[in-house]
Design a protein around this ligand. Structure first.
Ligand code: ADP
Ligand code: ZN
Ligand code: ZN
Length: 726
């Protein structure tokens, strides 16, 4: 019954018993036998059997609503566009972890249910008896301090004790321990989960009203739009009222955000405004909870889904609107298989479902700017002005993380009891080879991108075309013997900030401090507490948070990203500066934004400082057009890796030659060496064509041709369609 061309990757034929004939429609989830096991499958299509051999029979249809038809089409499209196994793409449409939850009930029917019903935890409360020892008294004190009830595991940690002690106290009656099912619906992402009162819509400014009119029209027409709104222009309010408009038409909405853990405030507002119908689709749920959310969404009980990139596959039956918030954010692209880009997938989903797709950002991507009709929110909703940006030429400053002006601004903000943000742009730091006196950067003569220093070989290498040269000791531009390769580290930055403003609390936001559930919310709450504070961190401090009272924002190493060997490095640097500047001076406070750069006269830095989004994107489009980069072409990257260094070098070279020979019309770069990864040699080939499928077909065919079947296990060959890091 299942017919697919890429047949070896998980699409199999089964016979359908007569009694299942009606239920076994495309999209239905089924239990089927596979190699002696019983596994979960999705019916892709019903066809007459294509071969005459004996077919295994379906065991049953799972008692859960089928995957909506447009979603089934969507994941099949993902498999073909991104060259990923069909099975791994079908999985995207299921509640995550569902496969492990397949169970047969006593009456022979099938359901999805995790082995242990939900996730329960041991909760401790004070008991009636007096504690027996001082140690136990301390435990109770910790418990009382935390409000009287706490997860036992957390209590152990806080009181510095063991589970054994808690059990002993439980037996003696000084503690009561109960198993409680944790409330892990999406709600505990919200800083204040209980506050779900419906709050009223804001009085719109005229531009917002116009934007909502356009979005509502797009819902009717099933069109895509770019909502280009400066930071603080009130895009969230537009999203909320657009979702409400869709709801009025009986249509559901999906709101995609870059990283669910980084956007507690947005989630809270959505929940407060839109009430019970909101579902948060995220990876923190147990399999059973995800199945429950799947049902809620599939049945229409929840008609608003909020989530990170995977929520683009939420099983919404009557989809009217997909919103992609902060559409410039790189996290929309998944960097493991299937390597889909949720922004591209959202577009396709909108097309299949006849839904509107709205991309929102203060700094849209070049591709979006080029392709879509735009709706602008050119002013801040509260009437405040965008802050003026001062660019500091770091070549005129003494060595160190902070320039004098930024140091002084932090000091003054601290003295006035105000808040500041300092962003350390980490992108590209260790890689750069630039002149400290004139700002010259070693670039590839053919590719217009910066060269990367490979420590192993001590060569500067172009990751696009493979060009390499030896590092220079003397700057070819100004003759100074002042070529540097490294930037500032987080620690030295923290020390410098602490020295500049000893009274301010320092709050560090990075991968370590934001890993736990709700961690970002707590950091932001801590930052918002009264009194002077500095929020320090990498890229994530610039992400869409609506922070009060920030009067100073600084970017350290603003143009470090320009060293990246990537044609998108200008775009990223631009977006970083504009986004960070947007975090300061909301609610009308006067604010200073200080950008430290080594090439302050660079076009990117100048335009970002002037909030010149349209100018910048216009120029980028011209540059990309001249060089044939996206959006004027598609790139497809092939990565060849393996332990056998010589083998990888030969195979990747042979694939490149093969493509050049068979497809002279294609542009192909490489193989270029990448850093070795876990002892594996890696080479990358980059093909460019008008259609992604043309480039992908050519690379796939060449690889199949070059690598003998017997050798397939020696090399890992990965295809990345529309790669974001090139
Ligand atoms: P953006 O996402 O565009 O950067 P937000 O949606 O976070 O901006 O809005 C910025 C601030 O402006 C928020 O505090 C929001 O409550 C406020 N705001 C939005 N729209 C209005 C409005 N029409 N009237 C008053 N305040 C508004
Ligand atoms: Zn120089
Ligand atoms: Zn090059």
């Amino acid at each position: 019954m299942l017919v697919e061309t890429r047949s070896l990757d998980g699409v199999l034929d089964y016979a359908v018993p007569d009694d299942l004939d009606e239920q076994a429609a495309p999209g239905a989830l089924v239990a089927c036998p596979l190699g002696g096991r019983r596994v979960l499958g999705i019916i892709v299509s019903r066809e007459p059997a294509t071969h005459t051999g004996r077919l295994a029979r379906l065991l049953g249809v799972v008692d859960i609503p089928p995957v909506p038809d447009d979603l089934l089409q969507l994941v099949l499209w993902v498999a073909s566009y991104y060259r990923a196994p069909v099975a791994s793409c079908l999985r995207l449409a299921l509640p995550p972890g569902a496969e492990a939850a397949l169970r047969q009930r006593g009456d022979g029917t099938w359901e999805l249910r995790a082995p242990s019903e939900g996730r329960s935890r041991l909760v401790a409360r004070a008991g009636a008896q007096e504690p027996a020892t001082d140690r136990q008294r301390d435990v109770l004190a910790s418990l009382t301090e935390a409000g009287g009830a706490m997860a036992a595991a957390e209590l152990c940690r806080r009181a510095g004790t063991t589970m054994q002690t808690l059990r002993r106290m439980g037996d003696a009656g000084s503690l009561v321990l109960t198993e409680e099912r944790s409330q892990a619906s999406g709600l505990d992402w919200f800083p204040d989960a209980s506050a779900t009162a419906e709050t009223g819509a804001l009085q719109l400014v005229p531009e917002q009203a116009e934007a909502i009119r356009r979005v509502t029209a797009a819902i009717d027409a099933g069109e895509a739009l770019l909502l280009h709104g400066v930071t603080g222009s009130g895009k969230t309010e537009v999203y909320l009222q657009a979702i409400a408009a869709a709801r009025k038409k009986g249509l559901a909405s999906v709101l995609l955000v870059p990283e669910i853990g980084l956007t507690p405030q947005t989630l809270k507002r959505v929940k407060e405004r839109l009430g019970e119908g909101v579902s948060v689709w995220h990876s923190g749920l147990t399999a059973t909870e995800r199945v429950a959310e799947y049902r809620r969404i599939r049945s229409g009980e929840a008609d608003v889904v909020v989530g990170a990139r995977s929520a683009v596959f939420a099983p919404v039956p009557a989809l009217g609107l997909v919103l992609v918030d902060e559409e410039h954010d790189g996290s929309y692209k998944q960097d493991s298989s299937p390597r889909y880009d949720a922004r591209r997938v959202a577009y396709e989903r909108g097309r299949l479902a006849g839904a509107a797709v709205i991309y929102g950002s203060a700094t849209p991507r070049v591709e979006t700017w080029h392709a879509l009709e735009r709706v602008a929110l050119p002013n801040r909703a509260d009437g405040s002005r965008l802050p003026r940006v001062e660019v500091i030429d770091m070549r005129t400053q003494r060595p160190g993380a902070l320039s004098r002006p930024l140091e002084r601004a932090l000091q003054e903000a601290g003295d006035r009891g105000e808040k500041a943000i300092v962003l350390l742009n980490r992108r590209g730091f260790a890689l750069m080879a630039f002149c400290r006196s004139c700002g010259w950067i070693a670039r590839c003569p053919q590719c217009d991108v910066a060269l990367v220093h490979h420590r192993e070989s001590d060569r500067l290498v172009c990751h696009h075309c493979g060009h390499d040269e030896s590092p220079r000791a003397v700057c070819p531009s100004c003759r100074a013997a002042d070529i540097a390769r490294q930037g500032v580290g987080t620690e030295s930055l923290e020390e410098a900030v602490a020295a500049a403003t000893p009274r301010s609390r320092l709050i560090r936001m990075d991968a370590t401090t934001t890993s736990g559930r709700g961690a970002v919310g707590r950091l932001l709450d801590d930052f918002a507490r009264p009194g002077p504070a500095v929020l320090i961190g990498t890229q994530m401090v610039a992400k869409g948070h609506d922070l009060p009272d920030v009067t100073v924002a600084g970017v350290v190493g603003a143009d470090a990203g320009l060293q990246r060997p990537d044609f998108r490095s200008e775009e990223r640097t631009f977006s970083l500066i504009v986004q960070l500047a947007g975090r300061a001076g909301r609610r009308g406070e006067p604010a200073r934004v200080i950008v430290q750069a080594y090439e302050p006269e660079e076009r990117v830095v100048r335009l970002a400082a002037g909030h010149g989004v349209a100018d910048f994107l216009g120029g980028e489009l011209e540059r990309r057009h001249a060089r044939g980069y996206p959006p004027f072409s598609h790139l497809v990257r092939m990565l060849v890796e393996g332990e056998d260094r010589q083998g990888v070098i030969e195979v990747s070279a042979a694939i490149g030659e093969r493509v050049r020979h068979d497809h002279p019309e294609l542009s192909i770069l490489g193989p270029a060496p990448l850093h070795r990864l876990r002892g594996r040699t890696r080479r990358s080939l980059l093909a460019r064509a008008g259609h992604a499928s043309v480039a992908a077909d050519a690379l796939e065919a060449a690889a199949t041709n070059v690598v003998a079947k017997a050798d397939r296990s020696r090399f890992r060959i990965v295809i990345d369609v529309d790669p974001q890091d090139t």
